[in-house]
Write a protein that binds this ligand. Structure first.
Ligand code: IFM
Length: 496
């Protein structure tokens, strides 16, 4: 389930229930049983029985440890240097759209405090920082020449990172579409994908001398589904047809940007950050709907990017499907689009927050305890299952985990976050386990570096390893940041 979907999950599960839940073996068996045309293959591993070794689990030399943020969530300064509104400025200003009535201004004031934040990252020993460029700073109306002041800001950020030996991981789009483009139809329109390619080219030309990991569009699923189907994110639309169009046009934008990246000769690599989920049947014997849910949540994005095809089962009126009209879905696709979308990329960026379940009717259901973010069902083994499934079902490609984390249990400012340490420890273990079993995993970015503006939750969910006092903008590393620093220094995660 994507982020910020209105809560419809049962209460938290007890530890005992958790322990008893089905593991990856059940998932793989069920997927294999119900996947038409054998598009998935069985996994022999039963994740639930896995225990971490007593000795620390080491990561390969050169493994990249980072942390991530996004522009609208941390920058603030929404009218500085020629920036014009994005869909998020407009949406957040709408009464009732954001839980605490807040907006992304001032967020964590990173537009002003970036140098201090880079020092903070260096102090923690981070090897990389994933951040996003704000399209409305660089092309305030979404088209035309670049706004030099916007690009200059990101040049300063990138230079500060490089000076400190921190690799920039640059996301081109993290949901802050210039409002002018939304007014012209937004992601419902093919034209927006063409505008994105031009914007991407401006960014490659300005910053492409730097050795960086570029990422095209963050979580196209969340932006399409939560923003265009559920209406809980900007631009606040509630149309499955438009959500389907937003899927296709974002993916097209991705492919066009990859082509521009190659043409630009920019240094570094390019990939796409997809939020993916491991889905398990509630009852392993009745997993009819699993393939549909898996198609909607995972294959609708993985297949076109890595194989140049769309799965048949993702869209339709059955439980677990995106209920767009098939005719509407077909209308947005043109000859050659899938070839563009599947332009070869250098890595797949995986964003993992948890698992989901499917009941006997094929409806999505809760199978694991949640964090304060009720959409997030926590199961570390799901990360292993997901990575191994990508290895098994798709052409070989380097993998990066570009987001993983949890919010603090309450909105209160705190530096004491044992839940986050436990969450990260168990997920790092599963990452190490996947590497040992052959997954080409190269990097891990914790979400997030800082407490920030958590979209429809406003400032009511704190996801940072660094606490931010939003009154004073004071930053204080949480216990998890100190712990993470130790992991980075050792390049290993301990059993407990
Ligand atoms: O804050 C978001 C981020 O912007 C995208 N991925 C999930 C995070 C937590 O909800």
């Amino acid at each position: 389930m994507p982020e910020d979907v209105p809560a419809r999950l049962p209460a938290r599960f007890s530890r005992r229930t958790l322990f008893a839940m089905a593991g990856g073996g059940a998932l793989a068996a069920a997927l294999a049983a119900c996947a038409p045309g054998g598009s998935t293959t069985p996994t022999p591993t039963a994740s639930a029985s896995w225990m971490p070794p007593a000795k620390p689990m080491a990561f390969p030399q050169g493994f990249v440890w980072g942390a991530a943020t996004s522009a609208y969530q941390v920058e603030g300064s929404v009218t500085a240097d020629g920036r014009l509104p994005s869909v998020w400025d407009t949406f957040a200003a709408r009464a009732g759209a954001i839980r605490d009535g807040s907006t992304g201004d001032p967020a964590a004031d990173q537009y002003v405090r970036y140098a201090q934040d880079v020092d903070l990252m260096a102090g923690l020993g981070l090897g990389a920082y994933r951040f996003s460029l704000a399209w409305p700073r660089i092309q305030p109306t979404g088209s035309g020449p670049a706004n030099a002041a916007g690009l200059d800001h990101y040049r300063r950020v990138v230079d500060a990172l490089v000076e400190r030996g921190i690799r920039p991981a640059i996301t081109l789009f993290h949901w802050d579409l210039p409002q002018a483009l939304q007014d012209a139809g937004g992601w419902a329109k093919r034209e927006t994908a063409l505008r994105f390619a031009d914007y991407a080219e401006l960014c490659f030309d300005a910053l492409g001398d730097v050795e960086a990991d570029w990422m095209t569009l963050n979580e196209p699923k969340t932006h399409a589904f939560v923003g265009h189907w559920y209406g809980a994110h900007a631009p606040g639309l509630r149309s499955p047809d438009v959500a389907a169009a937003a899927v296709h046009h974002q993916l097209l934008a991705h492919g066009l940007a990859v082509e521009r990246f190659r043409e630009s000769g920019a240094a570094g690599r390019i990939g796409i950050p997809l939020n993916l989920v491991s889905a398990y049947p509630l009852d392993a014997g009745r997993a009819d709907g699993l393939a549909r849910l898996d198609a909607r949540e995972n294959r609708l994005f993985l297949d076109p990017v890595l194989k140049g095809t769309y799965p048949d089962e993702a869209i339709g009126s059955l439980p677990g499907q995106l209920p767009a009209r098939p005719a509407a879905w077909m209308t947005v696709q043109e000859d050659g689009d899938l070839e563009t979308i599947s332009a070869p990329i250098d890595f797949l960026a995986v964003q993992y927050y948890g698992v989901t379940g499917v009941d006997a009717s094929g409806n999505e259901t809760s199978i694991a305890p949640t964090s304060a973010a009720t959409w997030q069902q926590i199961k570390a083994e799901g990360l292993y299952d997901l990575l191994m499934r990508i290895v098994r079902d798709y052409p070989a490609i380097p993998l990066l985990i570009t987001e993983n984390g949890i919010p603090d249990p309450t909105p209160d400012l705190t530096v004491d976050d044992p839940e986050r340490i436990e969450f990260l420890r168990t997920h790092f273990q599963q990452a190490a386990r996947s590497i040992a079993d052959g997954a080409p995993l190269e990097a891990y970015y914790v979400w997030s570096l800082l407490d920030n503006f958590e979209w429809a939750e406003g400032y009511q969910q704190r996801w940072g390893i660094v606490a931010v006092d939003f009154q004073t903008q004071e930053r204080t590393p949480k216990r998890s940041a100190e712990w993470y620093s130790g992991v980075i220094a050792a390049n290993a995660v301990s059993a407990s």
